[in-house]
Write a protein that binds this ligand. Structure first.
Ligand code: DC
Length: 221
């Protein structure tokens, strides 16, 4: 299927992948994008970048208006290998425990979501589409995406995957942080994590990345 044939009718071919932390979104989205010849956007990195910028400027996370201003004014560059926020390389720090613990607070602010949603849509339109992963891509950002995917996995496997990536923290701490973040992301008022009714649901607990990507390619036809 060519880009011009995308069902959005505007030449934009979007694949939306949502799910909780550790469900396999980033790895699957990256490989799927490569196989389809599309670019990939980790929208969680955008929320993390705003949290990083707020902390760097020592802004109180309870001050929603100030955080929205930061979202509006911060210069965020995300590519396959690095994240640069206001000219500072934040690649490692946005994955660190401090940002990870505060990002749900930032992501719950509707004004922040509005600013980032506009940037996410613009990112895809500029490229004629792409594979975007996050929490609200299929439900809010691109409800007309060509394919919507909801990935899940057991809480234990998700915590194991995350603990493997973050060597500074033990499994119990990672599991507790993950459970707290899941609860915050799924119960917040604005754009909570939910499965779109027409999303393909894949439980990745016992699947390899290749198996998940093959299944999605098959769905695209
Ligand atoms: O995928 P991640 O763990 O890097 O995401 C970081 C946080 O950002 C996560 O706790 C929820 C939030 N997020 C969101 O609210 N909407 C998105 N589209 C992506 C992430």
């Amino acid at each position: 299927m060519s880009v011009a044939d995308g069902p959005m009718g505007d030449g934009v071919r979007v694949i939306a992948i949502d799910g909780p932390a550790g469900s396999g979104k980033s790895t699957v989205a990256r490989q799927l994008a490569e196989r389809l010849g599309l670019e990939y956007l980790d929208t969680g990195a955008m929320y993390r970048s705003v949290a990083f910028a707020a902390m760097a400027r020592e802004v109180d996370l309870a001050d929603s208006d100030a955080i929205v201003e930061i979202a509006r004014n911060s210069d965020i560059h995300i590519d396959d290998t690095s994240v640069v926020v206001d000219g500072v390389d934040a690649t490692t720090q946005i994955r660190g425990p401090e940002v990870t613990r505060s990002v749900s607070t930032v992501a719950a602010i509707s004004g922040v979501r509005e600013v980032l949603r506009v940037r996410q849509r613009a990112w895809a339109v500029e490229r004629g589409g792409g594979v975007l992963e996050g929490r609200d891509i299929g439900t809010v950002v691109f409800p007309d995406a060509e394919l919507k995917v909801y990935l899940s996995a057991s809480a234990a496997v998700r915590a194991e995957r995350r603990a493997g990536e973050v060597s500074a923290l033990d499994y119990e701490t990672v599991a507790a942080d993950l459970a707290a973040r899941d609860a915050a992301d799924s119960t917040r008022q604005h754009d909570p994590l939910t499965q779109a009714p027409d999303a393909v649901h894949i439980d990745t607990t016992d699947l390899t990345v290749d198996q998940v990507v093959d299944e999605l390619i098959a769905r695209l036809g």
